[in-house]
Design a protein around this ligand. Structure first.
Ligand code: CA
Ligand code: CA
Length: 391
């Protein structure tokens, strides 16, 4: 008996050690090794590409891959380097890969910056086999000429290969997307609060954002809620929505929120658990991102068969307002969704896409609603009495 308890202790200790080891070995949140392409290759940086012995420290390359330098010209065009002085350009069918150690079964999100070069229809394929997605780089969302994107994958092994590939076949084989600042973050799905049917309604859990990432991170189309960079949410549209942080944008609550772009071409949605025939209220914060977005700003909100538009009405003291709509659930899962009514651009550069901000999304049943309504009523009654007393 004593022996078996001792054995159990040993086994527990070993398991603890192995779990700890796995945690130590797994990649840390942030830039992957040489994810910014600033590590000097053994043959040195060369403005004319990687020469006859191409290599990029920590990356395996296939096809025409070049390290480009900021200020480098190609034809009449200056190549864009998103961050620092170097970035990688992927020619026709070219690919760069890196193996990373992860925790099997966990969800991870990759953040990376990409810019287009000569081709008009450039795209970038990001994959961690068997998962893969091709991101369309045709729409440049910011005047800087590059954007940050996030893409999530479920780790099916302890070591996975992250690959970025240019699936294009252009006449000029050196044309192709430029990539930079590749980071990874392990995601957690926040627990659904007791009084709110929405998961991650405050948008605080999401992809990695660099401290200096002033452009936010675009969340491209993703219909699978199990592998979303923004846990709980899906991006239903062809165009992306922008994940923003309080260091560079105005955010209604906490540190993160979502900015809706491209009018009804940018839709964010969630299927929330509901009880059929029960009455609910959907509330959310509607604000502006503090990015000189040309007004008017307005959001179309959907819940079950209800849809309502809400215009952002600026207030001198507040950068957001709380709005909401009532609905009756028709099923055990109810779709809530938001898109921007207008196609907004920034008033300072007239071309960067921007739009209304959504945050603190809540869905609660009528019984909870009555309690809140009662509190408001009681408060109003109190104020009424006070006013009477003062008069
Ligand atoms: Ca760089
Ligand atoms: Ca928030």
């Amino acid at each position: 008996m004593v022996k078996s308890s001792r054995n159990t202790k040993w086994i527990s200790l070993c398991i603890l050690f192995l779990v700890h080891l796995a945690e130590v070995l797994a990649v840390e949140d942030g830039l992957v090794t040489n994810g910014d392409f600033e590590t000097t290759p053994p043959t040195g940086f060369s403005s004319s590409g990687l020469g006859s012995d191409p290599s990029i420290p920590s990356w395996k390359i296939t096809g025409t891959v070049e390290l480009v330098e900021s200020g480098q010209r190609q034809g009449g065009m200056i190549l864009i380097v998103p961050e620092g002085t170097h970035a990688a350009r992927l020619g026709n069918d070219a690919e760069i890969t890196q193996k990373i150690t992860v925790e099997k079964g966990s969800l991870y999100s990759l953040t990376f910056s990409a810019a287009r070069t000569c081709a008009q229809l450039e795209s970038l394929n990001v994959s961690v086999p068997p998962a893969s997605q091709t991101i369309d780089l045709q729409t440049v969302y910011t005047v800087q000429g590059w954007d940050s994107y996030a893409w999530a994958f479920l780790a099916e092994e302890e070591t996975v290969t992250v690959a970025f590939k240019n699936p294009g076949m252009e006449d000029d084989p050196t044309c192709g997307p430029i990539i930079d600042d590749i980071a990874v973050k392990r995601l957690f799905t926040p627990k659904r609060p007791k009084d709110n049917a929405v998961v991650n309604g405050d948008y605080e859990e999401g992809p990695w954002m660099f401290r200096n990432a002033s452009l936010g991170v675009l969340l491209p189309t993703n219909l699978d809620e199990e592998s979303s960079s923004l846990p709980g949410w899906i991006v239903e549209s062809n165009r992306a929505v922008r994940y923003i942080d309080s260091n560079h944008f105005t955010v209604p609550g906490g540190k993160r929120a979502v900015e809706l772009l491209s009018g009804k071409e940018g839709i964010i949605a969630q299927m929330v658990e509901t009880t059929p025939q029960k009455d609910y209220t959907l509330t959310f914060s509607l604000g502006q991102a503090g990015d000189s977005c040309k007004q008017p700003l307005a959001v179309m909100a959907f819940a079950s068969d209800q849809a309502e538009n809400f215009h952002y009405t600026p207030d001198a003291n507040l950068t957001f307002q709380s709005v909401g709509l009532n609905f009756t659930a028709k099923a055990e899962r109810t779709r809530i969704a938001f898109y921007s009514i207008y196609y907004n651009t920034r008033s300072d550069d007239m071309s960067s896409l921007c739009g209304p901000v959504v945050d603190d999304v809540r869905v609660w049943g009528k019984s909870g609603g009555n309690r809140v309504a009662f509190k408001v009523l009681a408060l109003g009654f109190g104020f009424g009495l006070l006013a009477l007393f003062l008069v």
